[in-house]
Design a protein around this ligand. Structure first.
Ligand code: MTE
Ligand code: MO
Length: 382
């Protein structure tokens, strides 16, 4: 494949061997509520498509509908515009740490395969209403069960075909689910890395379903049969390995579980005696808020509650209307550390879900959803 037309990228991003994943250092992440575009992680399964004739660009809406439609950028921009502040998190975030207990297959990520952005665009529910699909259509009703998004990129996992994914029709037609066809990120037109000219944003769901460089939207009877839905991004138990895997026994992963990460300390970090500030991000899937972030400075024997915030000046209250339900929550606590120790963060979401203690208990062969307690070692220097 042809990687000669890749866009320029920030020099601080860590690049994998195939130049298909890019992530900022963890110290760049926790410091701002909205992640700057150039520091936002990027995951591409093939070369970035070149779309240079925006006048001719359009999205085909086809499948189980009466009248198929070609949607051009002008049509999308004419629909009501929404700003949705939402994280994108790769299901493989923190995979490298999972790989250390037992080898997994997949791109190695530290803790930065996540970012929080303000996405602007039209609601998918409004777009589907244009082709006669009423809002709040239940998935069991006749007229289709899933909405499939197909890209214009080409990836080897699809044997040179496009990247694709689908979500249930009930989610796609629910205005409250805030699924967007987005053309702006943080107030700027989407850049090529993030899906120019148009991408899907499915809030609260693993990043893999937020298809970039949208080419068509298909209403289909069952979930998408593409590689990334059926042969990837599924959560298997630790007993399943490559010699006994049966992909059809599991559902494609959609919502992500509760997560938290310390961004202010490297692992291992050397410190001096005295006060240090421990800070990072916490987030959950499905629109669940963050109820609490607990921090331990003695390897998990005792816990302290960190303070949480989103926008400065407005107190963060989980599930409150002033809070961004699809966004992350930043946390912070200042403590005195007198000796070398292990510092841990764990979050609790609004459904009282808690992060699992040990990564080996949630090991899975694809290395997804590592949401185990986040641990960093600090060494006392002199
Ligand atoms: N969409 C297309 N067309 N091609 C891709 O390779 N990667 C997916 C998703 N959408 C992908 C895609 C994955 S796995 C993730 S985690 C997110 O995009 C990453 O989005 P970002 O690069 O904007 O951060
Ligand atoms: Mo991903």
């Amino acid at each position: 494949s042809d990687y000669s037309q890749e866009p320029p990228r920030h020099p601080c991003l860590q690049i994998n061997s195939k130049a298909t994943s890019f992530a900022p250092p963890r110290s760049a992440l926790g410091s701002s509520y909205v992640t700057p575009v150039d520091l936002f992680y990027k995951r591409n399964h093939g070369p970035i498509p070149v779309v240079d004739d925006i006048e001719r660009y359009c999205v085909d809406i086809t499948g189980l509908i009466q009248t198929p439609k070609k949607l051009c950028m002008r049509d999308v921009r004419m629909l009501p515009k929404y700003n949705v502040t939402a994280i994108l998190q790769c299901a493989g975030n923190r995979r490298t740490a999972m790989s250390k207990t037992r080898k997994v297959r997949g791109v190695g990520w530290d803790v930065s395969a996540i970012g929080n952005a303000v996405w602007r665009g039209a609601k998918l529910a409004d777009v589907l209403a244009l082709v006669g699909i009423p809002k709040l259509t239940s998935s069991t009703q006749s007229g289709g069960k899933h909405v499939e998004f197909v890209s214009i990129d080409k990836c080897k996992e699809e044997n040179g075909g496009p990247y694709k994914a689908s979500i249930p029709l009930s989610q796609a037609t629910n205005p409250e689910a805030d699924v967007l066809l987005a053309y702006e990120m943080n107030g700027e037109p989407l850049n090529r890395d993030h899906g120019y000219p148009l991408r899907v944003i499915v809030p609260g769901v693993i990043g893999a379903r937020s298809v970039k460089w949208l080419d068509s939207i298909n209403i289909i009877a069952e979930e998408c049969q593409g590689f990334f839905m059926q042969k990837d991004y599924k959560m298997f138990p630790p007993s399943v390995d490559w010699d006994n895997i049966n992909w059809s026994t599991r559902r494609p992963q959609m919502d992500f579980p509760v997560q938290s990460v310390i961004c202010s300390l490297e692992d291992v970090q050397s410190i001096k005696p005295g006060k240090i500030t421990i800070s990072g991000y916490a987030a959950s899937g499905g629109g669940r808020g963050i109820e609490r972030v607990d921090v331990s400075i003695d390897g998990g024997k005792t816990w302290l509650e960190a303070s949480r915030f989103q926008k400065t000046g407005i107190p963060y209250i989980s599930d409150h209307e002033s809070s961004d339900k699809w966004a992350w929550v930043l946390f912070e606590i200042t403590v005195d550390i007198p000796y070398s120790t292990e510092i841990i963060a764990k979050a609790v979401d609004s459904a009282a879900n808690v992060q699992p203690e040990n990564v080996r208990d949630i090991w899975n062969l694809r290395g997804i959803l590592n949401t185990s307690w986040h641990r960093v070692q600090v060494r006392m220097g002199h």
